[in-house]
Write a protein that binds this ligand. Structure first.
Ligand code: F0G
Length: 454
């Protein structure tokens, strides 16, 4: 069959409040032109993030009723641990309230002031957690991964030559190497099995452990099956297990590929680090059999992990993101190619060449998409990265607008509507002008800054 359908029926619905263009112009003005300041009720299609926004299955909702809320020794923890270890057979599994809590604990245990942490590309919370220990976060993604137009099957790969060089010179300063699957900051691009295997071999040579930031592991496994020789006949579960056979540990935001609204974990083989991590966990998250979560959350994760590796689910998931990306490419809207797993990234610098980087073309495009159709995306460009530690302002490498697709939430007609809105905006893109920032906090300004149109 040509048509890939949503492989589920819908049992419970949430109404969408429709708004008019006039209303949206007013609402955006009142929000200081910052989409984070909008009420979610005033958004028609919310593509701000794929994190914590998934629709859960009937199996997950019913599993939640099995949640055991005992402080210690909950059977829900055992079911959670078993589901994690079925895919990622690490010795120690430590639940946390979300991904960044696992990162904070890992780097508190593993990284000192002098440490270097290589990664393909650190996600912003990962980088912030490395830096808050006084350590240095080093991004080593392959050159293809930094060029939006370049077609390449595995643009999330780490540059093995540069990793080898760094380990050759500085292995004593590297407590661990990380790989982000898929590479979110680089466009949701996958890492190949060959790259994981070779990175692990390099780490072994220098006796340095390899950790995965594994938020989107199932989407990464699906890309391996589609694109890498030798994997076409394997099940997703087999591929996932092979991926994790190359790792010594992982951090996870369950808000992505565990198909839940909150949760995460740290898993690892090293007993000494695990003990230290549990000691920190008790201080900040909770007892080791619940971490920062309720028993029912652990049940939802266990059921989510069984659902996310279903072939039909992943086929639909990757096809629905590709469907949006291919439609934009066909109408001549420049995007990061090839289309990634969880989001389509529009290249606002290429689309609005008349808006200079420090007049924020990504912000201009994101605002226009909201005014035209109530779509909320996220600027990833000079608003997010432009302000430097010394107070100066530098253009970011790329000016992107990310349209992240929540899992199992929107149907094909929602996506067709998004395509139509983008077409309208694209038709009058020459009329769009930039913004200036009128108010900004000292750090992470994209969340709360206010803007005025130029
Ligand atoms: N690592 C990656 C690659 C992520 O994409 C995220 C979150 C995290 C770690 C942190 O996990 O939110 O559970 O603490 N990404 C979200 C996003 C916020 O919109 O891309 P968390």
């Amino acid at each position: 069959m040509q048509t890939i359908i949503e492989p589920f029926r819908i049992k419970s619905v949430e109404p969408i409040r429709m708004t008019t263009r006039e209303e949206r112009e007013r609402l955006l003005r009142e929000a200081g032109y910052n989409l984070f300041n909008l009420h979610a009720d005033d958004v028609i299609i919310d593509l701000l993030t794929d994190s914590g926004t998934a629709a859960m299955s009937a199996q997950q909702w019913s599993a939640m009723m099995q949640g055991d809320e005992s402080y210690a020794g909950s059977p829900s923890f055992e079911r959670f641990e078993e589901a994690v270890r079925e895919l990622m057979p690490f010795e120690h599994v430590i639940p946390t309230h979300q991904g960044r809590a696992a990162e904070k604990i890992l780097f508190e245990v593993a990284a000192g002031e002098d440490a270097l942490i290589p990664n393909n590309t650190h996600f912003d919370t990962t980088r912030a957690n490395v830096e808050s220990q006084g350590a240095e976060a080093v991004d080593l993604v392959v050159a293809e991964g930094r060029d939006p137009k370049r077609e390449h099957a595995f643009k999330g790969n780490i540059d093995l030559d540069r990793l080898a060089e760094l380990l050759e010179e500085n292995a004593d300063r590297v407590p661990l190497v990380m790989l982000t699957l898929t590479n979110n900051s680089g466009g949701g691009q996958p890492v190949s099995m060959a790259n994981l295997r070779e990175a692990k071999a390099l780490c072994d040579e220098h006796d340095v452990p390899l950790f995965f930031d594994a938020c989107r592991f199932a989407e990464n496994a699906y890309f391996i099956r589609e694109r890498e020789d030798g994997y076409a006949e394997m099940s997703i579960k087999e591929i996932v297990r092979e991926m994790f056979s190359h790792a010594d540990g992982m951090t996870m935001s369950a808000k992505k590929d565990a198909l839940v609204n909150i949760g995460g974990w740290l898993a690892l083989d090293d007993g000494t680090w695990a003990q230290e991590a549990r000691d920190v966990l008790i201080l900040t998250e909770g007892f080791p059999t619940y971490g920062g979560l309720a028993g029912r959350d652990l049940e939802a994760i266990a059921a989510g992990l069984r659902g996310v590796i279903r072939e039909e689910y992943l086929e639909y998931r990757i096809a629905s993101t590709r469907y949006l990306g291919e439609a934009l490419t066909e109408m001549g809207v420049p995007i990061v190619r090839p289309v990634g797993g969880h989001a389509v990234y529009i290249d606002a610098k290429a689309m609005l060449p008349h808006v200079p980087p420090l007049e924020y073309p990504g912000q201009a495009l994101a605002a226009a998409l909201y005014e035209a159709g109530g779509i909320r995306g996220c600027e990833i460009g000079s608003v997010m990265f432009g302000r430097q530690a010394d107070g100066s302002e530098q253009p970011a490498d790329m000016e992107l607008v990310r349209l992240a697709i929540p899992r199992r939430v929107y149907t094909q007609s929602h996506v067709d509507y998004v395509i139509e809105v983008i077409e309208q905006v694209n038709d009058r893109k020459d009329e769009l002008s930039g913004f200036e920032i009128t108010d900004e906090p000292p750090a992470l300004r994209h969340f709360t800054a206010e803007f005025a149109p130029l």
